[in-house]
Design a protein around this ligand. Structure first.
Ligand SMILES: [Zn+2]
Length: 200
């Protein structure tokens, strides 16, 4: 069974080397929508795949980091990167170009990492990230599956190279989030008191 939660954010970028002149030569923004699809073949004690409310923590913080921010490829022109940092308090340096395709791979990588480091506490059994869809516009999206992460033809997504600006980090509900994910520190979901014990 699949569940899907939708997130939104506004972000500015340039996509170098693409065919569209407007996209590759001018800073511009998009109203992104991100669909996070989780899969499980059993239900938790709440008879859910995974409580949507639990996705408002690390997963939401990771996506919200990109809101009202500029995202740039860390191999872009040094003057451009310096200007992004100078004139935008909220920025993210990425090891890949900020195309919808790479955004979907980036979010898959970050969310998969967060989920894998989460100790679930309400009877969840095999919750896994199925895919991430990133809508860059109202008509165009990219969808990343697990097979798209470890694909040498697409290249790596090096989490170690992702840098969030101080302003982004300071606005997270948990300012240790990124260090926690990089260091592989586990996090426990809150315990849930069972109100009904089913006999069937
Ligand atoms: Zn664009």
């Amino acid at each position: 069974m699949l569940i899907r939660k939708l997130f939104r954010f506004e972000n500015a970028h340039i996509v170098r080397n693409c065919s569209s002149d407007r996209c590759k030569r001018s800073i511009h923004g998009h109203s992104y929508q991100v669909e996070v699809l989780l899969e499980a073949h059993a239900l938790d004690n709440g008879q859910m795949v995974y409580d949507f409310g639990l996705m408002k923590d690390d997963i939401r913080n990771l996506i919200d980091a990109f809101d009202h921010a500029v995202a740039f490829w860390d191999e872009d022109d040094a003057d451009y990167i310096a200007a992004c940092k100078q004139f935008s308090a909220r920025w993210i340096a990425l090891p890949v170009s900020p195309s919808a395709e790479q955004f979907s791979r980036m979010f898959f990588t970050l969310i998969d990492r967060a989920l894998s480091l989460t100790d679930m506490a309400n009877g969840e059994q095999d919750v896994a990230l199925h895919s991430v869809i990133v809508h860059e516009t109202a008509t165009g999206y990219a969808q990343c599956f697990r097979a798209d992460i470890d694909n040498p033809r697409i290249g790596p997504v090096d989490m170690q190279r992702v840098v969030f600006s101080e302003q982004v980090i300071s606005e997270w509900s948990d300012t240790t989030l990124w260090q926690r994910l990089l260091r592989g520190k586990r996090k426990h979901n809150p315990r849930v008191e069972q109100q009904v014990i089913s006999n069937r």
